[in-house]
Design a protein around this ligand. Structure first.
Ligand code: SAM
Length: 204
């Protein structure tokens, strides 16, 4: 069965324009078949972009699972002094992210496969509508791997629908040592703020 997280989508290309309209950002973006959010900006994505705080003005910022790029492009426009990394496994998604950034006049964003991100890079912020549908066995190490690359005092903001397990994901992250707080809730979507993992106290 085809998935939006396939590396090489088999679905024939069917480009569709979508409008990203936020109080401070307006962009025309191209979406396509075989890529998450074909034909419309996802409601969770829109909520994340409205509810999460503005990105830091400098440093490296990650959009984990960029799709066609609505989050990454918005971040890059909001923080022209930062460098935004739009990371995805889906090649068509990466091509769209790069094209959409160029069309929006963005020059501070790179669209890149996860394994191409320099391993020493640490992030001043992470924003993500994460790929929950890959299953928890893959999602958990994916999230901890990238969250452990936050610099001290940085924050990640994740949007997850409660029907896709936002509340149990929050509990799981907390259990792994990441301070987690729900900072927004709308229509079943939760925005979770996640801070860098705290060292576990050894009470022995
Ligand atoms: C829920 S979609 C969000 C897409 C886009 N950010 C948006 O808001 O429309 C999650 C994205 O994560 C990508 N993805 C799946 N597995 C991944 C992985 N291991 N590393 C990075 N991205 C991944 C999928 O291909 C998909 O584009």
């Amino acid at each position: 069965m085809p998935h939006y997280f396939d590396r090489e989508p088999l679905a024939p290309s069917r480009p569709r324009q979508v409008s990203l309209r936020l109080p401070d950002v307006v962009a025309q973006l191209e979406s396509d078949a075989g890529v998450f959010g074909h034909g419309a900006v996802d409601r969770g994505t829109r909520f994340l972009l409205r509810r999460a705080p503005m990105p830091p003005g400098s440093g490296d910022i990650l959009d984990l699972g960029s799709g066609y790029g609505p989050i990454a492009v918005a971040l890059a426009l909001r923080a022209p002094g930062a460098r935004v990394w739009a990371v995805d496994v889906n090649r068509r998604a990466l091509e769209l992210s790069a094209r959409n950034a160029a069309a929006a006049g963005v020059t501070n964003m790179v669209a890149i496969a996860p394994e191409e991100v320099p391993p020493e890079l640490r992030f001043a912020a992470i924003y993500s509508n994460p790929p929950v549908r890959i299953g928890l066995a893959k999602l958990h190490p994916l999230l901890t791997g990238w969250l452990d690359r936050l610099i001290a005092d940085a924050q990640a903001h994740l949007v997850v629908h409660r029907h896709l397990g936002s509340d149990s994901l929050a509990r799981w992250l907390y259990g792994e040592g990441f301070p987690v707080e729900r900072v927004g809730s709308h229509d079943g979507y939760r925005v979770l703020r996640v801070q860098p993992r705290q060292a576990v106290k050894d009470d022995r």
